[in-house]
Design a protein around this ligand. Structure first.
Ligand SMILES: Cc1cc2nc3c(=O)[nH]c(=O)nc-3n(C[C@H](O)[C@H](O)[C@H](O)COP(=O)(O)OP(=O)(O)OC[C@H]3O[C@@H](n4cnc5c(N)ncnc54)[C@H](O)[C@@H]3O)c2cc1C
Length: 500
């Protein structure tokens, strides 16, 4: 069992990635990007396209962490529920921040399609499903997404969701027809190739061990070379370390793991008809079909670095819990990566001091948001575009160090546990409701039969007054109304696509 690739397509394309040699000579550039993940490479591509001399320094290899090991789902919005963003920055600024997140999506779609990246396998549509019977909240949220945020989204009732996903775990859903998915590894390497073609230079195996950002020309130190640059962009996510330890300390690292099943044949289509990504509203499960009949599924999380292969069993059990009819599941590959969670849930995008920029903290929804941050920062550095200031209210907050990780682990367990309990309760209520209705139907049928069948004459009990038996029909119990199509309800304060 391999634990590096995200799909069979990836496995084939991974072999042909170009080599980016270690930097072992001194260099002068306009922009030095620390980190060769999605965020760093997008900044590099955009800055190079705007004419800057750019160097990307990657401590290991391009996309070795989360950027090369994700599920490739591209949604609008952020990890923070939209209601909370409005509370922090007001409706007007939230609209702007939202529209930036959609621009991040469009950026990915345009370069993935126009540049015809090899192996990108773009497919359309994503579905966010509620783990509980959610009702009116969904309608309110949809109105907000459609009217206030101009986002294409439609409500799916329970029947429709269950027509596509054969499980009683999910209730209503929000369908995003313009969301899409791509092959994660192909995308990050495609970005690197484009950045190179646009003139950026990329050096792997080149960790940045120190920076001096005080002067106009800033200094960057690596084990084998020194650089000078007008701008430094810190895009190292949770592994940034030495260059600015205080910045790393503002992120809670969360390792998320995923598995790719062996081909499941026809039984997969019998359980899952939906071809886009599925994300549950609690952010627990996230899956999609790849290569026709295999399932790519992300779920387990830890706040320490684990071996992805050790989570193969957990992924298989989770799939069977949600789709018991799939039967035995064999996991062919596992993978995982560390994501950086900020305390407030929004990404870190901005300028720490003149010429020192940060692009990190993208959490579980890092594709559209890192693309957005890359564009925003490149334009800020080279055109003076100051829209990055929209993110200033989400300042850097210490994530609590080791204590924060331990707390984060228990909070994660607790919220998954309480979400599982809420889901179990919702399913229990649904079963009770169905049983009640069946009982009513049986009772109504019995009454109907009793009403039309001629009543047998019984001899009156001894001592009873003699005479004609009572006339008239027994009053039938009114048959139950048909099952109401319950109004979908997803917690009103959740933002679009925040379930990843
Ligand atoms: C299993 C899984 C599934 C996911 N699925 C999705 C999904 O479907 N959709 C979605 O939107 N998001 C998803 N995500 C989240 C997304 O992958 C991340 O948010 C995103 O990749 C973060 O990108 P990044 O560039 O900030 O960080 P990283 O990928 O961590 O890249 C940072 C890079 O910086 C380098 N670096 C750090 N410090 C230094 C230094 N001092 N010197 C040199 N280099 C340094 C690191 O080596 C690393 O390569 C998923 C994540 C996981 C783990």
């Amino acid at each position: 069992m391999s634990e590096t690739s995200t799909s069979a397509t990836n496995r084939r394309s991974a072999a042909s990635q170009p080599d980016h040699a270690r930097l072992n000579f001194d260099l002068d550039v306009d922009v030095c990007v620390v980190g060769g993940g999605l965020a760093g490479l997008t900044v590099a591509l955009e800055a190079a396209r705007l004419g800057a001399g750019v160097a990307v320094l990657e401590g290991r290899q391009i996309g070795w962490n989360a950027s090369g090991h994700h599920l490739g789902t591209v949604l609008p919005g952020y990890g923070l529920p939209v209601g909370e963003v409005i509370e922090r920055i007001g409706l007007q600024d939230t609209r702007e921040v939202w529209s930036l997140s959609r621009q991040g999506m469009e950026f990915i779609r345009s370069i993935a399609t126009e540049e015809n990246m090899p192996g990108i396998s773009l497919s359309e549509g994503a579905l966010e499903v509620s783990n509980v019977d959610a009702g009116d909240g969904l309608v309110r949220r949809l109105q907000m997404l459609n009217e206030d945020f101009g986002t294409d989204a439609e409500a799916w009732q329970v029947d429709r969701v269950r027509g596509e996903l054969k499980t009683d775990r999910y209730f209503q859903g929000i369908h995003y027809p313009k969301a899409f998915q791509i092959d994660g590894r192909s995308y990050v390497h495609g970005l690197a190739s484009l950045a190179l073609r646009s003139g950026a230079r990329i050096f792997e195996d080149t960790p940045v061990v120190g920076i001096d950002s005080s002067g106009i020309r800033k200094r960057i130190v690596t084990p084998s070379a020194r650089l000078r640059a007008t701008h430094i962009v810190l895009a190292g996510n949770v592994h940034l370390g030495a260059p600015l330890k205080r910045l790393s300390d503002t992120l809670l690292p969360v390792w998320r793991y995923a598995g790719l099943t062996e081909p499941l044949g026809g039984r997969l289509a019998a359980s899952i008809a939906f071809r886009g990504s599925v994300i549950d509203s609690e952010g627990i499960d996230h899956f999609r079909i790849v290569d026709g009949d295999r399932l790519l599924w992300a779920s387990p999380e830890t706040t320490w670095a684990g071996q992805p292969r050790r989570f193969a069993g957990a992924v298989a059990r989770r799939i069977r819990t949600v789709f018991p009819e799939l039967g035995r599941i064999a996991i062919a590959e596992t993978f995982g990566g560390a994501i950086g969670q900020t305390v407030h849930g929004m990404p870190q995008v901005g300028q720490l001091r003149k010429g020192l920029w940060v692009a990190s903290g993208f959490g579980r929804q890092g594709l559209n948001t890192s693309a957005m941050a890359g564009q925003l920062i490149a334009r800020a550095m080279l055109w003076g575009d100051d829209r990055w200031k929209l993110f200033s209210p989400f300042e850097l907050v210490w994530a609590g160090g080791v204590t924060g990780r331990v707390a984060g682990y228990f909070v994660g367990l607790w919220s998954r546990g309480s979400s599982a309990a809420a889901g179990a309760l919702a399913r229990h209520r649904e079963r009770v409701l169905v049983q009640d209705r069946l009982r009513e139907v049986r009772l109504a049928e019995a009454n109907r039969q009793a009403a039309i069948r001629p009543q047998p004459r019984r001899p009156p009990p001894a001592g009873a007054p003699r005479g004609n038996p009572p006339q008239g029909r027994p009053r039938p119990i009114r048959p139950p109304s048909p099952l109401p199509t319950s109004e979908p309800r997803v917690p009103a304060d959740r933002g679009e696509g925040e379930g990843i």
